[in-house]
Design a binder for this molecule. Structure first.
Ligand SMILES: Cc1cc2nc3c(=O)[nH]c(=O)nc-3n(C[C@H](O)[C@H](O)[C@H](O)COP(=O)(O)OP(=O)(O)OC[C@H]3O[C@@H](n4cnc5c(N)ncnc54)[C@H](O)[C@@H]3O)c2cc1C
Ligand SMILES: *[C@@H]1O[C@H](CO)[C@@H](O)[C@H](O)[C@H]1NC(C)=O
Ligand SMILES: *[C@@H]1O[C@H](CO)[C@@H](O)[C@H](O)[C@H]1NC(C)=O
Ligand SMILES: *[C@@H]1O[C@H](CO)[C@@H](O)[C@H](O)[C@H]1NC(C)=O
Ligand SMILES: *[C@@H]1O[C@H](CO)[C@@H](O)[C@H](O)[C@H]1NC(C)=O
Ligand SMILES: *[C@H]1O[C@@H](CO)[C@H](O)[C@@H](O)[C@@H]1NC(C)=O
Length: 567
């Protein structure tokens, strides 16, 4: 009985999987030829575990060489099929990655360990389980790290190819930039951008600006300026010191999400022989007697089989599951391997340690300009927005919710409030590494008594110099059991001090913007540093930027905010 249900399910899966592939490409090539057959042992040159942001990028690039055979193993399927229109429409992006969201087939459903720094709360932590990975769920905001950050990276990994000049050329190579469509956007917020950060030959990831800028944005820009954060012409040339309009990963023709699936994978489908194994979970990396990775044990539905690699196994299963897969395969801290009875291939104490993640919290304001919070309160607003989106690829649903972002090291007035020890720890970061990222989000949960046409804005910050470190570990040898995730946010005193100052900066900037009617959460009763910290501990949420969990693996590769490890 159970097996016949599974059989029907798999049959359905095979049928629906063909849908996202461009039907015009079926002459001369079969859609199904892009997919591996479950249950059959096959050898490829490269096996890539995890078809997410990093995995599909490297898969497409490797398979551009027709003499190489490349396969991608991905636990999820196609989000266009498995989550309605939610992942495709930019305006819905914040609605279904929150704890309040309904369970989703395209999310792993992770919950953190109790967080000491967050009053022992256990937080829901979104992560994509789909082709495209977290690029299918994220807020589509695109910016590049700084020159100094890459210099540090190159030092840490001992490889000068991570210096800015090289990385910049690859950033240009991977992105296709389209300037703002001013006809559709209309007047208002002045969008500055640096054309030299892009190459006309670049792609396939699409970068553009939403065809709708939220009405509060020009005022927020004014607020940033008044607070001493000046305008910058874009955030993609190696400098993050000021505010600018956000470039977003949105296809300018359809105004839909440009994920690693719609960009790199679709390119690979039409131009290369890449094979994809969707709905397939990697269970273990296999090694030969010389400790060379030879393949991966995988499971698709009822079938367990082996995909072998004649050249390399590339682990790109994200910051939580890359270390999980390494550990279950015998690469990790000695104590973890021993506790789980895993024979050691290599004891590497750094695997699963050193988790960096950013402290993030949102102050909610009622404002006197229209925002997308009406999507949550006003059905007529949502219905009209859907029509505008479908008819003219414009209007509120084309917006990811964030039109501009600001970056800074805290100004002198706030630094004066920091202890010498905190100042010393911050001084260890590169001089161009910003401490705070200001993220005004034109959507926020309204209070219970909100009128349908009231407007709310969530003014968020991310702390970019987190000094608390977390861990990922396992309590099972089975990758279908979730890893234990402990970001350990806001435990370091320095993080707490910086968080309080960042909170005060939000109030300042919002105040200068002139659009605030009232502060809804926490509200003006919260004033003392102690009360502000308590509120942050009780209200901070994930910004989903976990990274750096595969340190000390023999070679560590990375993408900004993701982790891609080669063994
Ligand atoms: C809600 C949200 C919002 C975000 N907003 C932004 C933003 O606006 N801008 C920004 O720059 N960053 C943002 N981020 C962060 C960014 O999306 C991630 O850092 C990035 O996508 C990580 O890429 P990755 O390749 O390391 O992992 P992922 O893209 O998560 O890919 C990992 C893949 O591996 C698969 N996988 C895992 N384990 C296995 C296994 N055992 N077998 C088979 N497959 C497996 C997963 O299903 C997944 O597809 C956001 C993240 C989230 C979740
Ligand atoms: C696939 O490989 C595994 C491991 O080498 C082996 O046990 C299994 O019998 C093989 N399956 C088939 C169908 O050849
Ligand atoms: C997205 O799907 C929902 C139903 O899940 C529908 O109400 C809405 O109109 C759709 N939006 C667009 C832009 O098509
Ligand atoms: C902090 O450092 C400053 C300048 O170096 C010094 O004047 C001050 O006494 C120090 N404060 C404390 C509490 O140590
Ligand atoms: C492993 O961790 C999960 C999640 O925290 C928990 O539900 C489960 O009971 C743990 N199992 C063991 C054997 O500790
Ligand atoms: C919000 O609207 C703008 C534009 O009409 C005005 O300039 C602001 O004064 C007003 N602010 C508030 C708090 O009402």
């Amino acid at each position: 009985m159970a097996s016949s249900i599974l059989f029907v399910f798999l049959g359905l899966l095979r049928l629906t999987l063909s849908l996202p592939v461009d039907p015009t490409q079926t002459v001369g090539r079969l859609t199904g030829n892009s997919f591996g057959l479950p249950g059959q042992n096959v050898t490829y040159d490269y096996i890539i575990v995890g078809g997410g942001t990093a995995g599909l990028t490297i898969a497409e690039r490797l398979s551009e060489n027709p003499s190489l055979s490349v396969a991608v193993i991905e636990a999820g399927g196609f989000y266009e099929i498995e989550s309605g229109n939610f992942s495709q429409v930019p305006g819905y992006d914040t609605e279904y990655v929150l704890p309040e969201s309904p369970p989703s087939l395209v999310d792993w459903g992770f919950v953190t360990q109790p967080q000491k720094g967050y009053n022992n709360r256990e937080l829901f932590y979104a992560r994509g389980k789909t082709l495209g990975g977290s690029s299918a769920l994220n807020l589509m905001i695109y910016q590049r790290a700084t020159v100094g950050a890459f210099k540090l990276w190159a030092q840490v990994v001992g490889d000068n190819s991570w210096l800015w000049n090289t990385v910049f050329s690859f950033y240009k190579k991977s992105t296709q930039f389209t300037p703002p469509n001013l006809q559709k956007i209309g007047p208002g917020f002045n969008i500055e951008y640096d054309q030299s950060a892009y190459s006309p030959q670049g792609g396939p990831l699409q970068l553009s600006f939403a065809n709708y800028q939220q009405p509060p944005s020009p005022y927020l820009a004014k607020g940033m300026k008044a607070a001493g954060i000046s305008a910058q012409d874009g955030l993609n040339s190696g400098i993050l010191n000021g505010y600018a309009a956000t470039t977003v990963e949105v296809d300018p023709t359809y105004e839909t999400r440009s994920s690693s699936e719609t960009s790199f994978l679709q390119t690979a489908f039409t131009k290369t022989g890449l094979k994809v194994y969707p709905s397939t979970l990697a269970k273990q990396i296999l090694f030969d007697a010389t400790k060379k990775a030879t393949g991966v044990t995988v499971v698709t539905g009822p079938d367990t089989y082996t995909l072998s690699a004649s050249k390399e196994v590339i682990v790109s299963a994200g910051a939580f599951q890359s270390p999980q897969l390494l550990m279950v395969s015998g690469i990790g801290p000695a104590a973890t391997l021993k506790a789980n009875n895993i024979p050691a291939v290599s004891t590497l104490e750094g695997v699963g340690q050193n988790l960096w993640d950013q402290v993030f919290f949102t102050v909610v304001f009622q404002v006197n300009q229209t925002t997308n919070s009406q999507l949550l309160t006003n059905p007529a607003f949502g219905a009209a927005a859907a029509q505008t989106f479908l008819n003219s690829q414009s209007g509120p649903l084309t917006s990811v919710g964030v039109d501009l972002i600001g970056w800074e090291k805290l100004p002198e007035a706030n630094r004066k409030e920091l202890s010498n020890s905190t100042l010393a720890q911050l001084a260890a970061f590169p001089s161009d590494w910003p401490e705070i990222e200001y993220i005004p989000i034109d959507i926020a949960f309204p209070p219970a008594d909100a009128a349908p046409t009231d407007n709310y804005l969530g003014f968020a910050v991310a702390l970019l110099t987190p000094l608390s470190r977390g861990t990922v570990t396992i309590n099972s040898t089975d990758t279908s059991i979730k890893p234990l995730i402990d970001p350990n946010w806001l435990v370091a005193t320095a993080d707490q001090e910086v968080a309080v100052q960042a909170f005060k900066r939000i109030r300042q900037i919002a105040g200068y913007s002139g659009v605030v009617i009232s502060e809804i959460n926490p509200g003006t009763k919260v004033q003392s540093d102690a009360d502000i910290l308590t509120w942050i501990q009780n209200n901070a949420s994930p910004i989903w930027h976990a990274s750096a969990t595969c340190e000390h693996s023999s070679r560590v590769f990375g993408i900004v905010r993701g982790v891609l490890t080669r063994i």
